[in-house]
Design a protein around this ligand. Structure first.
Ligand SMILES: Cc1cc2nc3c(=O)[nH]c(=O)nc-3n(C[C@H](O)[C@H](O)[C@H](O)COP(=O)(O)O)c2cc1C
Length: 200
């Protein structure tokens, strides 16, 4: 089994979402000790955004690409190969200004490639990253679960399903900015959710 852990927090240390993602991975590894783990820490290794140069590189036929364009496409190719190889994807995702961190969006932009990770057919779009299980550890300063303001869950469900990943489990740690007691309760609740999501 191959596990891909992606830490989307802008903090390389002290991140609750990265710690919870690591706890999810720990339980998965306890159940499957031979599992191979790849960790992509987006605070330590930020991804480039999908800017005009990147679009030009992607839409230039391979033989005509400049060395810089070829390198840009190869960078995304490697991220695609990494997620294709994963059986389980674990995402640590803070809420930033009511959305997902820009770095996670950069990863999604990098792996969303027509005819590679999704395809349009006469019946509509088909996701090609199938057969994977996804766990998402969500951290928030406030309380947004099951409210219209929780656009993160709707967005992630939609885009992951578009790419073929429909087996998605969310773990919430909310109210982390609402005092020490609320924080402790949120983290204990997240641990209970992790234990339920990945039984021993
Ligand atoms: C730039 C920034 C924006 C944030 N925006 C929100 C927000 O919109 N809603 C919210 O509930 N918490 C927000 N928070 C709080 C974080 O979601 C919370 O501190 C979370 O634990 C951060 O994740 P991390 O511990 O993995 O770094 C924000 C924090 C930062 C640094």
């Amino acid at each position: 089994m191959n596990i891909l852990q992606i830490n989307a927090s802008a903090r390389s240390t002290g991140s609750h979402s990265s710690r919870l993602a690591g706890d999810l991975v720990g339980r998965l590894q306890a159940a499957a000790p031979d599992a191979q783990l790849s960790v992509l820490d987006l605070a330590l290794h930020p991804l480039p955004e999908l800017d005009e140069a990147a679009l030009q590189a992607l839409f230039t036929p391979a033989p005509d690409r400049t060395p810089a364009q070829a390198a840009r496409v190869a960078h995304d190719d490697a991220l695609i190969a990494q997620v294709q190889a994963a059986d389980v994807v674990v995402l640590g995702v803070p809420m930033y200004n009511f959305g997902v961190p820009a770095q996670l969006k950069n990863w999604i932009d990098a792996i969303s490639r027509a005819k590679v990770t999704f395809a349009y057919t006469e019946q509509g779009p088909v996701g090609l990253l199938t057969g994977k299980r996804v766990y998402v550890a969500l951290t928030r300063g406030g309380l947004y679960r099951d409210t219209p303001a929780d656009t993160q869950v709707a967005y992630l469900k939609t885009v992951l399903a578009f790419l073929g990943m429909t087996d998605v489990h969310f773990v919430y740690a909310e109210g982390l900015a609402m005092g020490a007691e609320a924080e402790a309760r949120a983290l204990a609740s997240a641990q209970a959710q992790i234990a339920e999501a990945v039984p021993a």
